[in-house]
Structure formats: structure tokens, C-alpha cells
Design a protein around this ligand. Sequence first.
Ligand SMILES: Nc1nc2c(ncn2[C@@H]2O[C@H](COP(=O)(O)OP(=O)(O)OP(=O)(O)O)[C@@H](O)[C@H]2O)c(=O)[nH]1
Ligand SMILES: [Mg+2]
Length: 275
Amino acid sequence: MEWITAFSFTARTGVAAYSNRHFIQEYFVKAKALLNLGKTQIIVTGMPSAGKSMLVGQMHGRARELYHEAPGESKSVEVDAITLGEWTKLVRVLPGQAGYRVQGELEAFVDNDALEGLIHVVDFGYSAPRDPVVASELIREDGLDTVQKLRARNLDREIDAIKLELSNVRKLLAKKNNFKWIVIAVNKVDLFGGDLQNALEHYHPNGSGAFGRELKEFQAHVGKDNLKIYIAQTCAYEDDFRWGDELLKSTIGHNAQKELLREFMKSVSMISRDV
Ligand SMILES: Nc1nc2c(ncn2[C@@H]2O[C@H](COP(=O)(O)OP(=O)(O)OP(=O)(O)O)[C@@H](O)[C@H]2O)c(=O)[nH]1
Ligand SMILES: [Mg+2]
């Protein structure tokens, strides 16, 4: 059981680093993304506030823009062309809030024979509602007055969220499709650097956690050769986490954060290179 990295991927598959011979293809896909005409190749899902917009912004190189203004709640599908190694892929981020999803889901997900992979962003429970009224209700009325209690609730909800995505993938696999991989992007590792082994245990299909169990059952059902599942660390943004009276400091440091992101992109590019 290990995190996916470019190194571990190479060791496992023998696939070496990429070259740059597809630069023309890259601009073609970028132009299609701008016109919003292309078919989505990679879809990004996850709970509200997991860090989807931030992560894809980083992958797209829009990070500086985002630092000026945190993205806020996404209400519609976000489209980006992202260069991964030698290919540029059309990536769509579905809003985390279920009510905003329906349209994008049908267009980009279920009926899409170009879709090759899913990046599902999780945060090991380290997310709080953006709305301060909702947050204070959770503390006062639901008694979620510690980070630990909040996380327990969030981790339960993450299970429901992955079940939903897996049922979408199942529908897709039942039709003509090009779908090959799922990356579970374990984001916000700057908040739980001391707990990484537990996070891996929780998310990995071969681990003992409830999330991993869902993945394992799914993979057994659809066949390991038909669908690869990888668990990757990432950190889209360094940010302290506040909940009630507790403050968790982001501990990673800027260089390590950048390095993690680079490693994440490298892994995804290797995973998606030959599809
Ligand atoms: N500590 C830490 N915080 C992060 C990280 N990535 C994102 N965040 C925080 O999470 C917040 C939400 O990030 P978004 O990218 O807007 O989340 P989202 O998944 O797009 O949320 P929706 O659009 O509501 O579905 C950001 O404002 C950051 O404060 C990370 O790697 N570490
Ligand atoms: Mg968003």
C-alpha cells in the first residue's frame, strides 16, 4: 500500500517520463476548451470546500489569480485545459454542492464516451461550511464543537460522496466508454502531515478504512484491469484551519507545497498519458 508518485508509478508500470512531442495537439485542445466545444476527458469531483477549484487552478497555472481572491463556492461547472506531460486534457470541475451539479453531470459525466479519468478530491475531514451561520448551527445545534467531531461528520459524508461518483462511473462503464482511472486526491496534507499514514490507511483500497473499502468493492466488481485506482497526496493551497476555538496551522511551508503539487501533476500526467 503506497501513495502514488511519479517514481512509484514508474516502478510499477515501467512507463518512463514523458517527452514533448505533442505540442501541436496541446494548442488544439486549448482552443476547444476556450470554445467550450470539446468533450471532457477528466472530471474533478469532491465535497464542497475540498479544494477542487484551487487544485485545478494550480494545475492550470491560474494559481496567482486565485491567491488574490479565494474562489468561493462554485455554482457551475468550471472548464479548463490542463497540460499533463505531453498531452493537454480538457478538465471539468463539478460543483461540490449537489444542487448545482445536475446539468454538468449529465453533459460531462454519464453520457461522455471521451471521459478517461476522474480526480476525486478529499480532505480527510478538514473542511468547514463557508457560511458562518451554517457553521455556528453545526456547533450549537449539532454539538460539533471540536475539529475531531466535525471531521467525523465530514468523513461520513465523504463516503456518501464517493458512493455517488462510483455509481456514476458504473453507469459510464456499462456503455461504450474510454474510462480507465480514478485518482483520489488527498488534499490539504499541510493540515495533517503527522497523520499521513492514517490517511493512506483510510483512503487506500487495500487499507482498513471505510472509504477504501468502497473503492475495493467497486474495483472487485468492475475488474481490476478495467479500472485503475490511485491514491495521491496533494496540497492546493496553504491555509490555516479554524473551527470553533481551535486553530490548526498549515505546517508544510511553501517549497514543500509546490513540490507536492508538482509531484501530483507528474503522477496524473503519467497515469493519463496513454489513454
Ligand atoms: N489548508 C489547506 N486548505 C486548502 C487547500 N486547498 C484548499 N483549501 C481551502 O479550502 C477552501 C475551499 O477551496 P475550493 O477550491 O474553493 O473548494 P471547492 O472544492 O472548489 O468547493 P466548491 O466549489 O464549494 O465545491 C479554500 O478557500 C482554501 O481555504 C489545501 O491544500 N490546504
Ligand atoms: Mg469550487
